[in-house]
Write a protein that binds this ligand. Sequence first.
Ligand code: SF4
Length: 389
Amino acid sequence: MAGLYIHVPFCRQACHYCDFHFSTRLDTMEALVEAIVTEASMRLHMDRSWNDISFNTLYLGGGTPSLLPSNLLKRMVLEVTQVMGIHHDALDEFTLEANPEDMSEDKIKAWIDLGVRRLSVGVQTFDDPTLRWMNRAHTGQQAVDALVRAQRCGVESMSMDLIYGVPTSRNWEFDVRTALGLPLQHLSAYALMVEPNTVLGSRVGKGEQREAPESHVVQAYDMLCNHMHSAGWEHYETSNWAAPSTMVDRPFHRALHNSSYWSGKPYLALGPGAHGFHHTTRYANVANNPRYIRAIQQGVLAQTVEHLSHVDRYNEALMTGLRTADGISPQSLAQAWGMRPDVQEAEVWSRLVREGRLTALSGGRYRIPEVHWITGDQVAASLFCVSET
Ligand code: SF4
């Protein structure tokens, strides 16, 4: 099983904190969609092993896929899935990232007709002054109305993004309570990162803006964890929570596409700035719309390719596994990569277990307890293997 990701690199305006690849020049949408369809057939042709893989999740991310006119989005999805031999009925999950200002009734209905079953909505906060500070294109009320409208139109499942650790006076608890009052099955929450090539990064660099203190970030995360726990949601990955479900085989609404990333399954990615992974190779398409389109038109993939060693894959499995509630199995790591952290880094491992920063689960698995998750990446890094064995 594998995931298919399509990166739609357009945004209405640039959020001040964002360093994803996007362009606010919208006049290349049609050419871009044509190029993405062509890329799909080029990739299948150049690496025949993709033909033997079944794709069970489709994720349209960005940028802002909801910004695409419905007819263009439809053309892109139908042509790409046709090229790849994917039947929508066979997909376990089909997600589209949407921003509240695009979620008109007409668009939502067109997405449902196309087979979209899940929306991932970029809200970030319900506080209008903070939304303006972020340079978001919607208000808090628009976000609430959009989610309620989508539920009324019949969207099966919805996720929402929030950002915490923001240096404004917004009321974080109000944001969390508001989210819990909405028709959501999933929540992703990320700490605000100050990235260098952003408006925020430049303001912080010039001393015009301060970052939120570390204690504020930790407090916000703790408060979120407590509220989600009280509401009965499953905290299944450092930044992700799933609501209880009535499905027999899936007690919580975990995101299937993202869960595949974390468990090391292959994913084919299309579009400028998209990253794909298969076997021991990871590729990244050029993060520039005109260059991407030009290269595809010339029959070339403008990409960088990284060949991953056993050690790279092992370290990645440690990092992603320890970010999940299911944790890692040293035994399975040994079978897959010939190394296990309790042997490779025996002293560090024992100390982490002694300090309670790693706890045993059933079946020989270990996880980082929720209370230590905010610093969990340091735990994973302390167990990394640093050379080929
Ligand atoms: S946060 Fe989302 S909407 Fe804002 S610029 Fe980045 S990709 Fe676009």
